[in-house]
Design a protein around this ligand. Structure first.
Ligand code: URA
Ligand code: SF4
Length: 222
């Protein structure tokens, strides 16, 4: 059988998510929200969980927070279709309550598989549950906009756009932080060129040129 493309892998994950009953959030959902977008930019954004509008439509960030997110992306010349957008939990917590640890744990496998399929260069975390997943113990007020370079990627923590809707100061920080993306992409390329990422260095010599080419292509938006 021919190997699946990353897009096909993501389609399959999406289909599994839509019929998933691995945690109690399946009981009250209208539609599950697997996530959507393109892979070529190499940018993946990870929010918390679907809200009312997302649950109705089965799509991530389509309410007021999504509108702000789209404005942020536009500030660096990006459109939402060019990035991949998903959440830590794929089904809406009733009344927008916090997702519970066992729900996050149950859903984690999908996010792991999405990360593996997309293999993004830049991962933007939106809000504290996404932060906790990649920056254990970090406080958003201390780390927002500060990239962590690991796994051949830049992980960049952002405030949640919904917080930006409530606070003009946070909204301003969101726009300041997204403006750092071109410089972060540039730094990532430099680190890659210097062989900073051991895991990739350990790959076979044949694979190395491909990887480099793919990365250059992915970051060409900046
Ligand atoms: N907030 C989130 O965290 N995710 C969405 O998809 C929408 C709002
Ligand atoms: Fe499955 Fe995740 Fe939805 Fe829970 S939140 S039912 S684990 S898809």
């Amino acid at each position: 059988m021919a190997e699946q493309t990353p897009e096909q892998v993501l389609e399959d994950i999406g289909a599994e998510v839509r019929r998933c009953s691995a945690c109690r959030l399946c009981e009250k959902r209208t539609k599950a929200v697997p996530g959507e977008g393109a892979l070529k930019s190499g940018i993946m954004l990870i929010g918390e969980g679907p809200g009312f509008n997302e649950d109705q439509q089965g799509r991530p960030f389509v309410g007021p927070a999504g509108k702000l997110l789209e404005e942020m992306l536009a500030a660096v010349g990006l459109h939402r279709e060019q990035v991949f957008i998903t959440n830590v939990v794929k089904c809406r917590p009733p009344g927008n309550r916090d997702p519970q640890p066992d729900e996050i744990a149950a859903c984690n496998e999908y996010l792991d598989r999405q990360l593996a399929a997309i293999d993004p260069r830049i991962v933007i975390t939106l809000g504290r549950f996404s932060l906790a997943r990649f920056f254990s113990g970090a406080k958003i007020s201390a780390v927002h906009g500060e990239p962590k370079f690991a796994d051949g990627r830049a992980y960049v923590p952002f405030y949640h756009p919904a917080a930006g809707l409530r606070s003009p100061a946070i909204k301003q920080m969101l726009f300041e932080d997204i403006q750092k993306l071109p410089a972060i992409a540039k730094r990532l390329k430099e680190l890659q060129a210097q062989g900073h990422f051991d895991r990739q260095e350990a790959d076979s010599a044949d694979a190395a040129p491909d990887t480099e080419e793919a990365n250059t292509d992915q970051l060409s938006l900046f």
